[in-house]
Design a protein around this ligand. Structure first.
Ligand SMILES: Cc1cc2nc3c(=O)[nH]c(=O)nc-3n(C[C@H](O)[C@H](O)[C@H](O)COP(=O)(O)OP(=O)(O)OC[C@H]3O[C@@H](n4cnc5c(N)ncnc54)[C@H](O)[C@@H]3O)c2cc1C
Ligand SMILES: NC(=O)c1ccc[n+]([C@@H]2O[C@H](COP(=O)([O-])OP(=O)(O)OC[C@H]3O[C@@H](n4cnc5c(N)ncnc54)[C@H](O)[C@@H]3O)[C@@H](O)[C@H]2O)c1
Length: 485
Protein backbone atom coordinates (compact mmCIF):
# COMPACT_ATOMS: atom_id res chain seq x y z
CA UNK A 1 0.00 0.00 0.00
CA UNK A 2 1.25 3.49 -0.85
CA UNK A 3 2.37 6.15 1.56
CA UNK A 4 -0.72 8.33 1.32
CA UNK A 5 0.83 11.15 3.32
CA UNK A 6 3.18 11.66 0.33
CA UNK A 7 6.49 13.47 0.24
CA UNK A 8 6.46 17.25 0.46
CA UNK A 9 9.13 18.80 -1.80
CA UNK A 10 8.30 22.37 -0.96
CA UNK A 11 6.15 23.91 1.76
CA UNK A 12 3.33 24.53 -0.68
CA UNK A 13 3.33 21.69 -3.18
CA UNK A 14 2.63 18.08 -2.33
CA UNK A 15 4.42 15.70 -4.72
CA UNK A 16 2.67 12.45 -5.62
CA UNK A 17 3.21 9.64 -8.10
CA UNK A 18 -0.25 10.03 -9.67
CA UNK A 19 -2.67 12.94 -9.60
CA UNK A 20 -6.15 12.25 -10.96
CA UNK A 21 -8.37 15.24 -11.73
CA UNK A 22 -12.00 14.12 -11.82
CA UNK A 23 -13.17 10.77 -10.49
CA UNK A 24 -14.91 9.28 -13.52
CA UNK A 25 -14.72 5.64 -14.61
CA UNK A 26 -11.17 5.78 -15.97
CA UNK A 27 -9.87 8.04 -13.22
CA UNK A 28 -11.20 6.20 -10.21
CA UNK A 29 -10.15 2.82 -11.66
CA UNK A 30 -6.58 3.99 -12.25
CA UNK A 31 -6.36 5.80 -8.92
CA UNK A 32 -7.40 2.70 -6.97
CA UNK A 33 -5.15 0.37 -8.94
CA UNK A 34 -2.04 2.52 -8.67
CA UNK A 35 -2.64 3.18 -4.96
CA UNK A 36 -2.99 -0.57 -4.35
CA UNK A 37 0.29 -1.06 -6.19
CA UNK A 38 2.02 1.32 -3.75
CA UNK A 39 2.01 4.64 -5.62
CA UNK A 40 1.13 7.82 -3.78
CA UNK A 41 -2.14 8.90 -5.39
CA UNK A 42 -4.34 11.96 -5.02
CA UNK A 43 -7.72 11.91 -6.77
CA UNK A 44 -9.76 15.14 -6.75
CA UNK A 45 -13.53 15.06 -7.20
CA UNK A 46 -15.64 18.21 -7.09
CA UNK A 47 -19.06 16.63 -7.05
CA UNK A 48 -20.43 13.15 -6.47
CA UNK A 49 -18.47 10.12 -5.29
CA UNK A 50 -18.11 7.69 -8.20
CA UNK A 51 -18.66 10.12 -11.08
CA UNK A 52 -21.42 10.73 -13.60
CA UNK A 53 -22.44 7.18 -14.57
CA UNK A 54 -23.44 5.86 -11.20
CA UNK A 55 -24.95 9.11 -9.90
CA UNK A 56 -26.77 10.86 -12.74
CA UNK A 57 -26.48 8.81 -15.91
CA UNK A 58 -26.35 5.08 -16.70
CA UNK A 59 -27.32 3.60 -13.35
CA UNK A 60 -30.26 5.82 -12.34
CA UNK A 61 -31.67 5.86 -15.89
CA UNK A 62 -31.50 2.09 -16.23
CA UNK A 63 -33.02 1.65 -12.78
CA UNK A 64 -35.97 3.85 -13.74
CA UNK A 65 -36.28 2.08 -17.08
CA UNK A 66 -36.46 -1.28 -15.28
CA UNK A 67 -39.35 -0.01 -13.15
CA UNK A 68 -41.10 1.39 -16.21
CA UNK A 69 -40.70 -1.95 -18.00
CA UNK A 70 -42.31 -3.72 -15.05
CA UNK A 71 -45.23 -1.30 -15.19
CA UNK A 72 -45.53 -1.84 -18.92
CA UNK A 73 -45.53 -5.61 -18.42
CA UNK A 74 -48.11 -5.44 -15.66
CA UNK A 75 -50.37 -3.32 -17.82
CA UNK A 76 -50.12 -5.93 -20.56
CA UNK A 77 -50.18 -8.90 -18.17
CA UNK A 78 -53.68 -10.08 -19.07
CA UNK A 79 -52.32 -11.13 -22.47
CA UNK A 80 -50.00 -13.53 -20.59
CA UNK A 81 -52.89 -15.11 -18.72
CA UNK A 82 -52.35 -13.12 -15.52
CA UNK A 83 -55.43 -12.17 -13.57
CA UNK A 84 -56.19 -10.65 -10.18
CA UNK A 85 -57.89 -13.39 -8.13
CA UNK A 86 -57.96 -11.33 -4.93
CA UNK A 87 -60.18 -8.80 -6.66
CA UNK A 88 -63.17 -11.05 -7.12
CA UNK A 89 -62.03 -14.58 -7.92
CA UNK A 90 -65.45 -15.95 -7.09
CA UNK A 91 -67.24 -13.41 -9.24
CA UNK A 92 -65.44 -13.42 -12.55
CA UNK A 93 -68.46 -11.97 -14.32
CA UNK A 94 -68.20 -8.68 -12.44
CA UNK A 95 -64.62 -7.80 -13.16
CA UNK A 96 -62.46 -7.00 -16.12
CA UNK A 97 -58.86 -8.00 -15.38
CA UNK A 98 -57.56 -6.45 -18.56
CA UNK A 99 -58.99 -3.08 -17.61
CA UNK A 100 -57.77 -3.35 -14.01
CA UNK A 101 -54.23 -4.30 -15.00
CA UNK A 102 -54.16 -1.54 -17.58
CA UNK A 103 -54.89 0.91 -14.79
CA UNK A 104 -51.69 0.01 -12.93
CA UNK A 105 -49.72 3.21 -12.22
CA UNK A 106 -46.27 4.13 -11.05
CA UNK A 107 -45.79 5.34 -7.48
CA UNK A 108 -43.33 8.21 -7.92
CA UNK A 109 -42.19 8.20 -4.30
CA UNK A 110 -41.43 4.48 -4.37
CA UNK A 111 -39.81 4.80 -7.78
CA UNK A 112 -37.48 7.55 -6.57
CA UNK A 113 -36.71 5.55 -3.41
CA UNK A 114 -35.74 2.50 -5.44
CA UNK A 115 -33.48 4.55 -7.74
CA UNK A 116 -31.85 6.29 -4.77
CA UNK A 117 -31.28 2.99 -3.05
CA UNK A 118 -29.52 1.49 -6.09
CA UNK A 119 -27.39 4.62 -6.59
CA UNK A 120 -26.76 4.97 -2.84
CA UNK A 121 -25.56 1.38 -2.61
CA UNK A 122 -23.06 1.93 -5.41
CA UNK A 123 -21.84 5.23 -3.95
CA UNK A 124 -21.32 3.57 -0.55
CA UNK A 125 -19.39 0.74 -2.20
CA UNK A 126 -17.15 3.30 -3.91
CA UNK A 127 -16.47 5.13 -0.66
CA UNK A 128 -15.28 1.86 0.86
CA UNK A 129 -13.22 0.89 -2.21
CA UNK A 130 -11.57 4.32 -2.37
CA UNK A 131 -10.57 4.16 1.30
CA UNK A 132 -9.39 0.54 1.04
CA UNK A 133 -7.20 1.30 -1.98
CA UNK A 134 -5.07 3.72 0.06
CA UNK A 135 -5.51 6.66 -2.30
CA UNK A 136 -5.97 10.18 -0.95
CA UNK A 137 -9.49 11.02 -2.14
CA UNK A 138 -9.91 14.80 -2.00
CA UNK A 139 -13.33 16.44 -2.24
CA UNK A 140 -12.79 19.71 -4.05
CA UNK A 141 -12.31 21.51 -7.36
CA UNK A 142 -8.95 21.27 -9.09
CA UNK A 143 -7.42 23.88 -11.40
CA UNK A 144 -4.03 23.70 -13.07
CA UNK A 145 -1.62 26.43 -12.01
CA UNK A 146 1.58 25.01 -13.55
CA UNK A 147 2.69 21.91 -15.50
CA UNK A 148 1.39 18.76 -13.74
CA UNK A 149 0.35 20.93 -10.80
CA UNK A 150 -3.12 21.76 -9.53
CA UNK A 151 -4.53 23.97 -6.88
CA UNK A 152 -7.48 22.40 -5.11
CA UNK A 153 -10.21 24.43 -3.44
CA UNK A 154 -11.27 21.70 -1.05
CA UNK A 155 -14.83 21.16 0.12
CA UNK A 156 -13.81 22.08 3.68
CA UNK A 157 -12.54 25.50 2.56
CA UNK A 158 -8.81 24.78 2.49
CA UNK A 159 -6.49 25.22 -0.49
CA UNK A 160 -4.00 22.54 -1.46
CA UNK A 161 -1.38 22.34 -4.19
CA UNK A 162 -0.48 18.96 -5.60
CA UNK A 163 1.98 18.01 -8.35
CA UNK A 164 1.81 14.59 -9.97
CA UNK A 165 4.76 12.80 -11.51
CA UNK A 166 1.96 11.62 -13.77
CA UNK A 167 -1.43 13.26 -14.14
CA UNK A 168 -4.73 12.00 -15.50
CA UNK A 169 -7.52 14.39 -16.54
CA UNK A 170 -10.92 12.65 -16.34
CA UNK A 171 -13.39 15.48 -15.89
CA UNK A 172 -16.20 14.15 -18.12
CA UNK A 173 -18.97 16.12 -19.79
CA UNK A 174 -22.10 18.07 -18.80
CA UNK A 175 -25.34 18.63 -20.75
CA UNK A 176 -24.90 20.97 -23.72
CA UNK A 177 -27.37 23.87 -23.74
CA UNK A 178 -27.24 25.44 -27.20
CA UNK A 179 -28.09 29.07 -27.72
CA UNK A 180 -31.62 28.53 -29.03
CA UNK A 181 -33.67 31.76 -28.92
CA UNK A 182 -36.04 31.73 -25.94
CA UNK A 183 -34.49 28.69 -24.25
CA UNK A 184 -32.75 30.66 -21.52
CA UNK A 185 -36.08 32.24 -20.51
CA UNK A 186 -37.97 28.95 -20.47
CA UNK A 187 -37.88 26.37 -17.67
CA UNK A 188 -36.31 23.17 -18.96
CA UNK A 189 -34.94 19.91 -17.70
CA UNK A 190 -31.66 18.27 -18.58
CA UNK A 191 -31.28 14.50 -18.16
CA UNK A 192 -30.08 15.17 -14.60
CA UNK A 193 -33.19 17.16 -13.65
CA UNK A 194 -35.47 14.57 -15.16
CA UNK A 195 -33.88 11.87 -13.01
CA UNK A 196 -35.06 13.56 -9.84
CA UNK A 197 -38.60 12.97 -11.19
CA UNK A 198 -40.22 15.82 -9.31
CA UNK A 199 -43.47 15.05 -11.14
CA UNK A 200 -44.75 13.22 -14.18
CA UNK A 201 -45.14 15.74 -16.99
CA UNK A 202 -48.55 16.28 -18.56
CA UNK A 203 -46.83 16.29 -21.96
CA UNK A 204 -43.07 16.12 -22.37
CA UNK A 205 -41.30 17.78 -25.29
CA UNK A 206 -37.86 16.31 -25.93
CA UNK A 207 -35.28 18.21 -27.97
CA UNK A 208 -32.86 15.79 -29.60
CA UNK A 209 -33.24 12.22 -30.81
CA UNK A 210 -29.82 10.95 -29.76
CA UNK A 211 -29.40 8.17 -27.22
CA UNK A 212 -30.60 10.31 -24.30
CA UNK A 213 -33.66 11.59 -26.18
CA UNK A 214 -34.65 8.11 -27.32
CA UNK A 215 -34.12 6.44 -23.93
CA UNK A 216 -36.04 9.17 -22.10
CA UNK A 217 -38.86 9.12 -24.64
CA UNK A 218 -39.16 5.36 -24.19
CA UNK A 219 -39.05 5.65 -20.39
CA UNK A 220 -41.70 8.36 -20.29
CA UNK A 221 -43.83 6.57 -22.87
CA UNK A 222 -43.85 3.46 -20.66
CA UNK A 223 -44.84 5.61 -17.68
CA UNK A 224 -47.85 6.78 -19.66
CA UNK A 225 -46.58 10.31 -20.32
CA UNK A 226 -47.48 11.80 -23.72
CA UNK A 227 -44.18 12.64 -25.44
CA UNK A 228 -43.19 14.58 -28.54
CA UNK A 229 -39.60 14.04 -29.64
CA UNK A 230 -38.11 16.61 -32.02
CA UNK A 231 -34.96 15.61 -33.84
CA UNK A 232 -33.03 17.61 -36.42
CA UNK A 233 -31.68 14.60 -38.31
CA UNK A 234 -33.39 12.55 -41.00
CA UNK A 235 -33.96 9.85 -38.43
CA UNK A 236 -33.35 9.38 -34.72
CA UNK A 237 -29.96 8.00 -33.67
CA UNK A 238 -27.94 9.62 -36.47
CA UNK A 239 -25.23 6.94 -36.33
CA UNK A 240 -27.58 4.03 -37.15
CA UNK A 241 -28.71 2.65 -40.51
CA UNK A 242 -32.09 3.92 -41.77
CA UNK A 243 -33.85 0.60 -41.14
CA UNK A 244 -32.49 0.37 -37.58
CA UNK A 245 -33.60 3.90 -36.74
CA UNK A 246 -37.01 3.23 -38.32
CA UNK A 247 -37.49 0.18 -36.11
CA UNK A 248 -36.48 2.11 -32.97
CA UNK A 249 -38.92 4.83 -34.01
CA UNK A 250 -41.67 2.22 -34.44
CA UNK A 251 -40.92 1.04 -30.88
CA UNK A 252 -41.32 4.60 -29.59
CA UNK A 253 -44.50 5.12 -31.54
CA UNK A 254 -45.92 1.89 -30.12
CA UNK A 255 -45.52 3.56 -26.72
CA UNK A 256 -47.45 6.59 -27.94
CA UNK A 257 -44.40 8.81 -28.56
CA UNK A 258 -44.76 11.29 -31.41
CA UNK A 259 -41.48 11.44 -33.32
CA UNK A 260 -40.80 14.49 -35.49
CA UNK A 261 -37.70 14.22 -37.68
CA UNK A 262 -36.03 16.86 -39.82
CA UNK A 263 -37.26 19.04 -36.96
CA UNK A 264 -34.45 21.38 -35.92
CA UNK A 265 -35.80 23.43 -33.05
CA UNK A 266 -34.96 27.09 -33.64
CA UNK A 267 -37.10 28.86 -31.03
CA UNK A 268 -38.65 28.10 -27.67
CA UNK A 269 -41.22 30.11 -25.74
CA UNK A 270 -43.28 29.85 -22.63
CA UNK A 271 -46.03 32.30 -21.74
CA UNK A 272 -45.51 31.93 -17.99
CA UNK A 273 -42.93 30.22 -15.74
CA UNK A 274 -45.30 27.33 -15.25
CA UNK A 275 -47.28 27.69 -18.47
CA UNK A 276 -47.14 25.53 -21.56
CA UNK A 277 -43.91 25.38 -23.54
CA UNK A 278 -44.02 25.88 -27.28
CA UNK A 279 -41.14 24.89 -29.53
CA UNK A 280 -40.81 25.91 -33.14
CA UNK A 281 -38.78 24.19 -35.81
CA UNK A 282 -36.82 25.80 -38.64
CA UNK A 283 -39.42 24.60 -41.15
CA UNK A 284 -42.26 26.25 -39.20
CA UNK A 285 -43.71 23.31 -37.25
CA UNK A 286 -44.76 23.88 -33.64
CA UNK A 287 -45.23 21.53 -30.71
CA UNK A 288 -46.68 22.34 -27.31
CA UNK A 289 -46.07 20.58 -24.03
CA UNK A 290 -46.07 21.07 -20.29
CA UNK A 291 -42.36 20.30 -19.80
CA UNK A 292 -39.22 20.47 -21.90
CA UNK A 293 -36.22 18.13 -21.85
CA UNK A 294 -33.05 19.31 -23.57
CA UNK A 295 -31.05 16.34 -24.86
CA UNK A 296 -28.78 17.99 -27.41
CA UNK A 297 -25.42 16.44 -26.63
CA UNK A 298 -22.76 16.89 -23.97
CA UNK A 299 -20.02 19.49 -23.48
CA UNK A 300 -16.52 18.48 -22.29
CA UNK A 301 -15.65 19.86 -18.84
CA UNK A 302 -12.55 21.95 -19.49
CA UNK A 303 -13.67 25.49 -18.61
CA UNK A 304 -11.89 26.85 -15.57
CA UNK A 305 -9.47 23.91 -15.48
CA UNK A 306 -6.47 26.14 -16.27
CA UNK A 307 -5.32 23.81 -19.03
CA UNK A 308 -3.19 26.59 -20.58
CA UNK A 309 -1.07 26.66 -17.43
CA UNK A 310 -0.56 22.92 -17.80
CA UNK A 311 0.32 23.07 -21.51
CA UNK A 312 -2.67 20.91 -22.38
CA UNK A 313 -4.25 21.69 -25.76
CA UNK A 314 -7.83 21.19 -26.87
CA UNK A 315 -9.20 19.97 -30.21
CA UNK A 316 -11.34 22.17 -32.44
CA UNK A 317 -14.40 20.59 -30.81
CA UNK A 318 -13.19 21.47 -27.31
CA UNK A 319 -12.05 18.03 -26.13
CA UNK A 320 -8.61 17.46 -24.60
CA UNK A 321 -6.32 16.52 -27.47
CA UNK A 322 -4.85 13.04 -26.96
CA UNK A 323 -2.96 10.54 -29.08
CA UNK A 324 -3.61 6.79 -29.30
CA UNK A 325 -1.88 6.39 -25.94
CA UNK A 326 -4.15 8.97 -24.29
CA UNK A 327 -1.16 11.32 -23.93
CA UNK A 328 -2.04 15.01 -23.99
CA UNK A 329 0.25 17.70 -25.42
CA UNK A 330 1.83 18.10 -21.96
CA UNK A 331 4.56 15.77 -20.81
CA UNK A 332 3.34 13.25 -18.22
CA UNK A 333 -0.29 14.34 -18.55
CA UNK A 334 -2.92 11.91 -19.83
CA UNK A 335 -6.65 12.35 -20.42
CA UNK A 336 -9.38 9.71 -20.60
CA UNK A 337 -13.13 9.25 -20.91
CA UNK A 338 -15.64 11.72 -22.33
CA UNK A 339 -13.39 14.76 -21.90
CA UNK A 340 -10.72 13.15 -24.09
CA UNK A 341 -13.16 12.59 -26.96
CA UNK A 342 -13.49 8.89 -26.19
CA UNK A 343 -16.92 7.64 -27.36
CA UNK A 344 -19.29 8.73 -24.58
CA UNK A 345 -19.88 5.39 -22.87
CA UNK A 346 -18.80 4.18 -19.46
CA UNK A 347 -17.34 0.99 -20.90
CA UNK A 348 -15.23 3.12 -23.29
CA UNK A 349 -13.87 5.14 -20.38
CA UNK A 350 -13.22 1.86 -18.56
CA UNK A 351 -11.32 0.64 -21.58
CA UNK A 352 -9.24 3.84 -21.51
CA UNK A 353 -8.32 2.84 -17.96
CA UNK A 354 -7.04 -0.54 -19.23
CA UNK A 355 -4.90 1.21 -21.84
CA UNK A 356 -3.42 3.45 -19.14
CA UNK A 357 -3.01 0.55 -16.74
CA UNK A 358 -0.74 -1.16 -19.26
CA UNK A 359 1.11 1.96 -20.41
CA UNK A 360 1.96 2.95 -16.84
CA UNK A 361 3.44 -0.52 -16.37
CA UNK A 362 5.49 -0.07 -19.58
CA UNK A 363 3.37 -2.54 -21.55
CA UNK A 364 2.16 -1.86 -25.09
CA UNK A 365 -1.38 -0.53 -25.27
CA UNK A 366 -3.34 1.74 -27.55
CA UNK A 367 -6.85 2.96 -28.26
CA UNK A 368 -6.31 2.57 -32.01
CA UNK A 369 -8.74 0.33 -33.86
CA UNK A 370 -10.78 -0.70 -30.88
CA UNK A 371 -14.43 -1.54 -31.45
CA UNK A 372 -16.81 -0.02 -28.89
CA UNK A 373 -20.35 -1.45 -28.79
CA UNK A 374 -23.36 0.32 -27.32
CA UNK A 375 -26.84 -0.42 -26.11
CA UNK A 376 -29.80 1.91 -26.38
CA UNK A 377 -32.11 1.01 -23.51
CA UNK A 378 -35.34 1.76 -25.32
CA UNK A 379 -38.15 -0.78 -25.48
CA UNK A 380 -37.39 -2.80 -27.50
CA UNK A 381 -33.68 -2.53 -26.83
CA UNK A 382 -31.02 -1.88 -29.48
CA UNK A 383 -27.58 -3.45 -29.30
CA UNK A 384 -24.94 -2.24 -31.75
CA UNK A 385 -21.39 -3.27 -32.53
CA UNK A 386 -18.98 -2.41 -35.33
CA UNK A 387 -19.86 -0.92 -38.69
CA UNK A 388 -23.34 -0.07 -39.90
CA UNK A 389 -24.31 -1.34 -43.34
CA UNK A 390 -23.87 2.18 -44.75
CA UNK A 391 -20.41 2.51 -43.17
CA UNK A 392 -19.34 -0.93 -44.42
CA UNK A 393 -20.38 -0.06 -47.98
CA UNK A 394 -18.75 3.37 -47.79
CA UNK A 395 -15.53 1.70 -46.61
CA UNK A 396 -15.54 -0.42 -49.77
CA UNK A 397 -16.24 -3.81 -48.22
CA UNK A 398 -17.87 -6.51 -50.33
CA UNK A 399 -20.93 -6.46 -48.06
CA UNK A 400 -23.44 -9.20 -47.34
CA UNK A 401 -26.30 -8.44 -44.98
CA UNK A 402 -28.13 -11.06 -42.92
CA UNK A 403 -31.43 -9.83 -41.55
CA UNK A 404 -34.22 -11.69 -39.75
CA UNK A 405 -37.22 -10.48 -37.77
CA UNK A 406 -36.89 -10.95 -34.02
CA UNK A 407 -40.29 -12.67 -34.30
CA UNK A 408 -38.45 -15.65 -35.87
CA UNK A 409 -36.55 -16.31 -32.63
CA UNK A 410 -38.40 -18.93 -30.51
CA UNK A 411 -37.47 -17.22 -27.25
CA UNK A 412 -39.01 -13.96 -28.49
CA UNK A 413 -42.27 -15.83 -29.11
CA UNK A 414 -42.29 -17.28 -25.59
CA UNK A 415 -41.57 -13.85 -24.15
CA UNK A 416 -44.26 -12.19 -26.24
CA UNK A 417 -41.62 -9.67 -27.32
CA UNK A 418 -41.41 -10.07 -31.07
CA UNK A 419 -40.70 -6.51 -32.25
CA UNK A 420 -37.37 -5.79 -33.92
CA UNK A 421 -34.85 -7.58 -36.08
CA UNK A 422 -31.37 -9.07 -36.11
CA UNK A 423 -29.02 -7.58 -38.68
CA UNK A 424 -25.46 -8.76 -39.19
CA UNK A 425 -23.06 -7.28 -41.75
CA UNK A 426 -20.32 -9.54 -43.07
CA UNK A 427 -17.47 -9.18 -45.54
CA UNK A 428 -18.03 -11.62 -48.41
CA UNK A 429 -14.31 -11.68 -49.25
CA UNK A 430 -12.93 -12.43 -45.78
CA UNK A 431 -16.02 -13.98 -44.08
CA UNK A 432 -15.38 -11.68 -41.13
CA UNK A 433 -18.23 -10.04 -39.25
CA UNK A 434 -18.07 -6.28 -39.72
CA UNK A 435 -20.90 -5.23 -37.47
CA UNK A 436 -24.38 -5.94 -36.18
CA UNK A 437 -27.51 -4.25 -34.90
CA UNK A 438 -29.96 -6.26 -32.86
CA UNK A 439 -33.34 -4.97 -31.76
CA UNK A 440 -35.30 -7.01 -29.26
CA UNK A 441 -35.35 -8.35 -25.73
CA UNK A 442 -31.86 -8.41 -24.14
CA UNK A 443 -30.28 -7.09 -27.35
CA UNK A 444 -27.52 -5.50 -25.28
CA UNK A 445 -26.55 -8.95 -23.99
CA UNK A 446 -26.82 -10.71 -27.35
CA UNK A 447 -24.63 -8.12 -29.07
CA UNK A 448 -21.75 -9.12 -26.75
CA UNK A 449 -21.66 -12.54 -28.44
CA UNK A 450 -21.21 -10.86 -31.82
CA UNK A 451 -18.54 -8.59 -30.36
CA UNK A 452 -16.62 -11.57 -28.99
CA UNK A 453 -16.84 -13.31 -32.38
CA UNK A 454 -15.46 -10.15 -33.99
CA UNK A 455 -12.65 -9.89 -31.43
CA UNK A 456 -11.76 -13.51 -32.10
CA UNK A 457 -11.72 -12.89 -35.87
CA UNK A 458 -14.25 -15.69 -36.20
CA UNK A 459 -15.71 -16.37 -39.67
CA UNK A 460 -19.46 -15.78 -39.62
CA UNK A 461 -20.06 -19.43 -40.52
CA UNK A 462 -18.62 -20.52 -37.17
CA UNK A 463 -21.12 -18.39 -35.28
CA UNK A 464 -23.92 -19.64 -37.57
CA UNK A 465 -23.03 -23.23 -36.72
CA UNK A 466 -22.32 -22.83 -33.00
CA UNK A 467 -24.76 -24.82 -30.85
CA UNK A 468 -26.38 -21.95 -28.94
CA UNK A 469 -28.79 -22.80 -26.10
CA UNK A 470 -32.44 -23.08 -27.00
CA UNK A 471 -34.63 -21.15 -26.52
CA UNK A 472 -32.55 -18.02 -25.90
CA UNK A 473 -32.35 -14.67 -27.62
CA UNK A 474 -28.75 -15.59 -28.48
CA UNK A 475 -30.07 -18.37 -30.67
CA UNK A 476 -31.25 -15.63 -33.01
CA UNK A 477 -27.62 -15.40 -34.15
CA UNK A 478 -27.84 -18.94 -35.57
CA UNK A 479 -31.08 -18.03 -37.26
CA UNK A 480 -30.02 -14.72 -38.78
CA UNK A 481 -26.72 -16.09 -40.10
CA UNK A 482 -28.49 -19.15 -41.53
CA UNK A 483 -30.15 -16.73 -43.92
CA UNK A 484 -26.75 -16.16 -45.58
CA UNK A 485 -26.65 -19.81 -46.62
C1 LIG B 1 -28.48 10.33 -18.98
C2 LIG B 1 -27.27 9.55 -19.38
C3 LIG B 1 -27.33 8.18 -19.49
C4 LIG B 1 -26.21 7.45 -19.86
N1 LIG B 1 -26.32 6.09 -19.97
C5 LIG B 1 -25.24 5.37 -20.32
C6 LIG B 1 -25.32 3.95 -20.40
O1 LIG B 1 -26.36 3.36 -20.16
N2 LIG B 1 -24.21 3.27 -20.73
C7 LIG B 1 -23.02 3.90 -20.98
O2 LIG B 1 -22.04 3.21 -21.27
N3 LIG B 1 -22.92 5.23 -20.92
C8 LIG B 1 -23.99 5.99 -20.59
N4 LIG B 1 -23.89 7.34 -20.50
C9 LIG B 1 -22.58 7.97 -20.76
C10 LIG B 1 -21.67 7.84 -19.52
O3 LIG B 1 -22.35 8.33 -18.39
C11 LIG B 1 -20.39 8.63 -19.72
O4 LIG B 1 -19.78 8.25 -20.94
C12 LIG B 1 -19.42 8.32 -18.58
O5 LIG B 1 -19.99 8.60 -17.34
C13 LIG B 1 -18.16 9.16 -18.77
O6 LIG B 1 -17.28 8.91 -17.71
P1 LIG B 1 -15.91 9.67 -17.58
O7 LIG B 1 -14.92 8.67 -17.12
O8 LIG B 1 -15.59 10.45 -18.77
O9 LIG B 1 -16.14 10.73 -16.39
P2 LIG B 1 -17.36 11.13 -15.47
O10 LIG B 1 -18.01 9.94 -14.86
O11 LIG B 1 -18.19 12.11 -16.19
O12 LIG B 1 -16.62 11.84 -14.26
C14 LIG B 1 -15.98 13.08 -14.35
C15 LIG B 1 -15.89 13.63 -12.95
O13 LIG B 1 -14.99 14.73 -12.93
C16 LIG B 1 -15.45 15.64 -11.95
N5 LIG B 1 -14.82 16.95 -12.21
C17 LIG B 1 -15.00 17.75 -13.29
N6 LIG B 1 -14.23 18.84 -13.20
C18 LIG B 1 -13.53 18.72 -12.04
C19 LIG B 1 -12.57 19.55 -11.38
N7 LIG B 1 -12.15 20.71 -11.90
N8 LIG B 1 -12.06 19.13 -10.21
C20 LIG B 1 -12.48 17.95 -9.65
N9 LIG B 1 -13.37 17.15 -10.23
C21 LIG B 1 -13.90 17.53 -11.41
C22 LIG B 1 -16.96 15.62 -12.12
O14 LIG B 1 -17.60 16.06 -10.95
C23 LIG B 1 -17.23 14.16 -12.42
O15 LIG B 1 -17.59 13.42 -11.27
C24 LIG B 1 -24.99 8.10 -20.13
C25 LIG B 1 -24.91 9.50 -20.02
C26 LIG B 1 -26.03 10.22 -19.65
C27 LIG B 1 -25.92 11.71 -19.52
N1 LIG C 1 -27.17 3.84 -23.38
C1 LIG C 1 -26.07 4.58 -23.49
O1 LIG C 1 -24.98 4.07 -23.67
C2 LIG C 1 -26.17 6.08 -23.37
C3 LIG C 1 -27.32 6.64 -22.85
C4 LIG C 1 -27.41 8.01 -22.78
C5 LIG C 1 -26.33 8.80 -23.22
N2 LIG C 1 -25.24 8.21 -23.71
C6 LIG C 1 -24.13 9.04 -24.25
O2 LIG C 1 -24.41 10.42 -24.02
C7 LIG C 1 -24.08 11.14 -25.19
C8 LIG C 1 -24.96 12.35 -25.30
O3 LIG C 1 -26.28 11.97 -25.68
P1 LIG C 1 -27.31 12.97 -26.34
O4 LIG C 1 -28.48 12.15 -26.77
O5 LIG C 1 -27.55 14.16 -25.49
O6 LIG C 1 -26.51 13.60 -27.56
P2 LIG C 1 -26.40 13.24 -29.11
O7 LIG C 1 -25.40 14.18 -29.64
O8 LIG C 1 -26.20 11.81 -29.31
O9 LIG C 1 -27.84 13.58 -29.70
C9 LIG C 1 -28.39 14.88 -29.77
C10 LIG C 1 -29.09 15.00 -31.10
O10 LIG C 1 -29.81 16.24 -31.12
C11 LIG C 1 -29.92 16.65 -32.46
N3 LIG C 1 -30.07 18.12 -32.46
C12 LIG C 1 -29.10 19.07 -32.35
N4 LIG C 1 -29.64 20.30 -32.35
C13 LIG C 1 -30.97 20.14 -32.46
C14 LIG C 1 -32.08 21.05 -32.48
N5 LIG C 1 -31.92 22.37 -32.40
N6 LIG C 1 -33.33 20.53 -32.60
C15 LIG C 1 -33.52 19.20 -32.67
N7 LIG C 1 -32.51 18.31 -32.64
C16 LIG C 1 -31.26 18.76 -32.53
C17 LIG C 1 -28.62 16.22 -33.13
O11 LIG C 1 -28.87 15.82 -34.45
C18 LIG C 1 -28.14 15.05 -32.28
O12 LIG C 1 -28.21 13.83 -32.96
C19 LIG C 1 -24.22 10.18 -26.35
O13 LIG C 1 -23.23 10.42 -27.30
C20 LIG C 1 -24.05 8.82 -25.74
O14 LIG C 1 -22.81 8.27 -26.07
C21 LIG C 1 -25.13 6.85 -23.81
Amino acid sequence: MGDTTAVTASPQVQEVDLLVVGGGKAGKSLAMLRARKGDTVVMVERDKVGGTCINVACIPTKTLISSARVLHQVQGAAAYGVSLPELGADDSSSRDDTALLTRARIDLVALRRRKESVVGGMVAAHETMFADSGMDFVRGTARFVAPRTVEIATADGAVRRVRGRRVLINTGTTPAIPNIPGLADTPYWTSEDLLTLPELPGHLLILGGGVIGVEMASLMGMLGVPVTLLHSGEHVLNREDDDVAAEVTAGLEALGVEVLTGARVSAVRSSARSGPVVVRTEDGREATGSHLLVALGRTPVTAGLGLEAAGVELTERGFVRVDDHLRTTADGVYAAGDVAGTPMFTHASWNDFRVLRDLLDDREASTAGRVIPWTVFATPELGHVGLTEAQARAAGHNVRVAKTPTAAVPRAKTLGATAGFYKVIVDADTDRILGAAIIGESAGEVITAVQVAMLAGMPWQQLRDAPISHPTMGEGLNIVLDSLG
